[in-house]
Design a binder for this molecule. Structure first.
Ligand SMILES: C[S@@+](CC[C@H](N)C(=O)[O-])C[C@H]1O[C@@H](n2cnc3c(N)ncnc32)[C@H](O)[C@@H]1O
Length: 238
């Protein structure tokens, strides 16, 4: 990955994956967190969901990419109950703030893999704590080649497959739904506006990244009836 070109496209975008404030509100209602709850936004990217989470509790936002962490630090400098740190969510159970009342992990758990990711997150939650995550999902039993290619080699499941993995990992599912087209466009539209602005004068390296990012949005629009993100809110049992 050409990170320099990637960050030229992605710098200061409102979010780094599909989703909406409405998704966060829906998950928080299901979670019914205690007052003063401690929430971790794991793989927070540019922090697109942090402000909505911070309405109900203290938030630790972590990401592996220094560029996103710097962006979040500037973005949330005025929110004293938001802490931003460059850290690896794979070691979330060892964070000094753990265990958490809630972990929000939008479009990021799959970097760990669904099953290992669920185990890692479970270990960082209080008993009865809530995990909310969005996961690549096939909406049909027979996804076509383009839908399968969209997630490259990731072992994408259907909704029932995700639910089975969540239950097997020791969670009770509180609610599920698919991330809406509005949520996907909230990611892609600002990115496409940035691409358009960067096109004139882009050198070969940047032009390649612009093509890649533009193609991803086109690919999603072509396969969106067959695949997307499935959002799950689940409570840790015992
Ligand atoms: C698709 S983006 C989603 C970002 C954000 N949650 C959103 O919805 O806008 C996934 C993010 O996970 C981060 N990430 C991947 N693996 C990680 C890890 N092990 N620890 C922390 N962050 C990680 C990436 O750097 C990236 O910012």
């Amino acid at each position: 990955m050409d990170w320099e070109a990637f960050f030229t496209v992605h710098k200061d975008l409102p979010r780094e994956g599909p989703g909406s404030e409405e998704d966060v509100a829906w998950a928080l209602e299901l979670a019914a967190l205690p007052e003063g709850a401690m929430i971790c936004d794991a793989g927070a990217g540019a922090g697109g969901d942090v402000a909505a989470l911070a309405r109900v509790g203290r938030v630790l936002a972590v990401d592996l990419q220094a560029g996103f962490v710097a962006q979040m630090q500037a973005r949330f400098a005025d929110l004293p109950h938001v802490t931003v740190r460059k850290d690896d969510m794979g070691r979330i159970a060892d964070f000094p703030e753990a265990p958490f009342d809630m972990i929000w992990c939008a479009g990021a758990l799959y970097f760990l893999g669904l099953k290992p990711g669920l185990d890692v997150m479970r270990g960082a939650l209080k008993p009865g704590g809530v995990l909310a995550f969005s996961e690549p999902c096939y909406f049909t039993e027979t996804p076509g080649a383009e839908a399968r290619a969209f997630w490259e080699d990731y072992p994408t499941r259907d909704r029932a497959g995700i639910a089975a993995a969540v239950a097997a990992a020791g969670f009770e599912i509180l609610g599920t739904r698919d991330v809406s087209d509005v949520g996907w466009e909230a990611y892609y539209r600002p990115m496409e506006a940035r691409i358009e602005a960067l096109r004139p004068g882009a050198d070969a390296r940047l032009a390649e990244m612009l093509d890649l990012c533009e193609q991803e949005a086109r690919d999603w629009r072509a396969v969106k009836s067959e695949t997307g993100y499935h959002l799950v809110v689940a409570r840790r049992l015992s």
